[in-house]
Design a protein around this ligand. Structure first.
Ligand code: HEC
Length: 443
């Protein structure tokens, strides 16, 4: 209680004192002249750059005119008696100088950066590379060297710098080598180590045991393939997916390519052919035929009509090894020996024996006329003497010129033959009867 009342009394006394002195200042103090009026404070400085790029040992040493008793600050900091500011990085700084009357002036000064020691320095990195000797092996190396500067150190893939460019125990891959000189100037190059070809010198052979389909068009054939020349094989067929075994089932007849691939991806291949069973095994096709003989002295009209048994319908037929046709009849045949081959639906064939097509014998009516001409005409109509161009010793001439024979020997038109005397009535009748019957060799 006692302490509180003492504090309250002190506060009251202090308050009345402020009131008195405040009213006193306002009424009695005159306005002083401005000491800086007409005073120009000018700041000049010398600057020193940092000695390294990014360094902070630059400095500014400022001096001022326009009064005395100067203090200085930099970038709005505290004023100090010296115009020297050290520990500066490159940059632009504002220095304010204040004289003893509080008049100020300022200047802006730039501390430039250290010169780039790497300007114009080109460091070239080259290397002799040695690939790993095995796939996945780590015995590759890079021996790097650099030109363009001195005091070089090297690192690999951003690691620590070392005094030489030799990097051992490297696996396949791309590596970045940096060479750095004493000034920190660098050159970079990338070198790639590759694995050896795992398949060099590897020859993979594929062999197989094949099983043909048991029926024509069946799909129960199989190929059981093995690979030699490496290990860890997988197999595919006709470019399909690889599988662990070389056994391929459910195959129809055809040619299949099997590829064997080892653990390193090296491959070998071979083609295997499955064949259908012979559809003709045990099939005996018999060709039977009927023939029609040829009529001489006319266009060939012999024919063979064939039938086949023993195979699978339908058949096609070939004459003397010619093209197969669906018709079983071959016509327009002259005299001769022929063979017919029949082919069934499965392509199985059977061939006939020799089939003879003969000329028909001379008919009775023709033979009678021929006898008449031999007896009455051939003296003037033969091989050496063929009066009127006619030679009646050739049978087909008789058939061909039958109308002329009738005209001369029967009808005496335009004059009778023989010219030595007409034929008997019965001989004329033989000529007439033959012609009326068709006048053919076979009549
Ligand atoms: C003695 C000889 C002689 C005898 C035999 C003879 N011819 Fe001739 N023949 C001729 C002479 C010559 C010609 C040619 C002149 C003519 O056409 O009259 C001829 C021409 C023909 C011609 C061809 C002219 C035509 O009209 O087309 C025929 C056909 C012919 N004779 C049929 C016969 C017949 C058939 C016989 C038997 C029945 C026969 N000749 C017997 C002498 C003969």
């Amino acid at each position: 209680m006692k302490i509180f009342s003492v504090i309250a009394q002190l506060v009251a006394i202090f308050a009345s004192f402020l009131l008195i002195s405040g009213s006193c200042g306002k009424t009695s103090t005159p306005t002083p002249p401005n000491p800086c009026s007409g005073v120009t404070v000018a700041v000049t400085a010398t600057t020193v750059s940092p000695t390294t790029i990014g360094g902070t040992n630059g400095s500014i040493t400022a001096t001022a005119t326009g009064g005395s008793g100067f203090t200085y600050n930099i970038n709005g900091g505290a004023f100090q008696a010296s115009g020297s500011f050290t520990g500066l990085a490159a940059g632009t700084y504002t220095v304010i100088a204040k004289n003893s009357n509080g008049c100020t002036g300022s200047g802006s000064f730039t501390v430039s950066g250290a010169p780039n020691p790497c300007a114009g320095v080109i460091i070239n990195v080259t290397a002799v590379t040695t690939n790993p000797t095995t796939v996945g092996g780590a015995n590759g190396s890079i021996v790097a060297s650099a030109t363009g500067s001195t005091g070089l150190t090297f690192n690999i893939n951003g690691g620590a710098f070392q005094p030489n460019g030799i990097f051992n125990n490297l696996a396949a891959g791309a590596y970045i080598i940096i060479a750095k000189d004493a000034n920190g100037c660098t050159g970079t190059a990338t070198f790639t180590l590759v694995n050896p070809n795992p398949c060099a010198g590897v020859t993979i052979n594929v062999t197989a045991t094949t099983t043909n389909p048991t029926t024509v068009g069946g799909t129960n054939g199989s190929i059981a393939a093995i690979g030699t020349g490496s290990t860890g094989f997988t197999f595919n067929i006709n470019g399909g997916a690889f599988q662990a075994t070389g056994i391929f089932n459910n195959l129809a007849a055809g040619t299949y390519t099997i590829v064997a691939k080892d653990a390193n991806g090296c491959t070998g291949s071979n083609a295997f052919t499955l064949t259908n069973p012979d559809p003709c095994a045990g099939v005996n096709i018999t060709v039977n035929n009927t023939t029609t003989n040829n009529t001489p002295c006319e266009p060939n009209n012999g024919s063979i009509s064939a039938t086949a048994t023993g195979g699978a319908a339908s058949y096609t037929f070939s004459l003397n090894g010619g093209a197969f046709q669906t018709s079983n009849i071959f016509g327009s045949l002259g005299p001769g020996n022929y063979t017919i081959t029949a082919k069934d639906a499965n392509g199985c064939t059977g061939t006939s024996g020799s089939i003879a097509v003969s000329n028909l014998p001379a008919g009775a009516l023709f033979s009678a006329v021929r006898t008449v001409l031999q007896n009455n005409c051939v003296g003037c109509h033969n091989n050496s003497q063929a009066e009127g161009g006619m030679n009646w010793t050739v049978d087909c001439n008789i058939v061909t010129f039958k109308e002329r024979i009738k005209a001369r020997a029967v009808d005496a038109n335009p004059s009778v033959m023989p010219p030595t005397g007409a034929l008997s009535t019965s001989d004329k009748q033989k000529i007439t009867d033959w012609i009326n019957a068709g006048g053919r060799f076979s009549n």
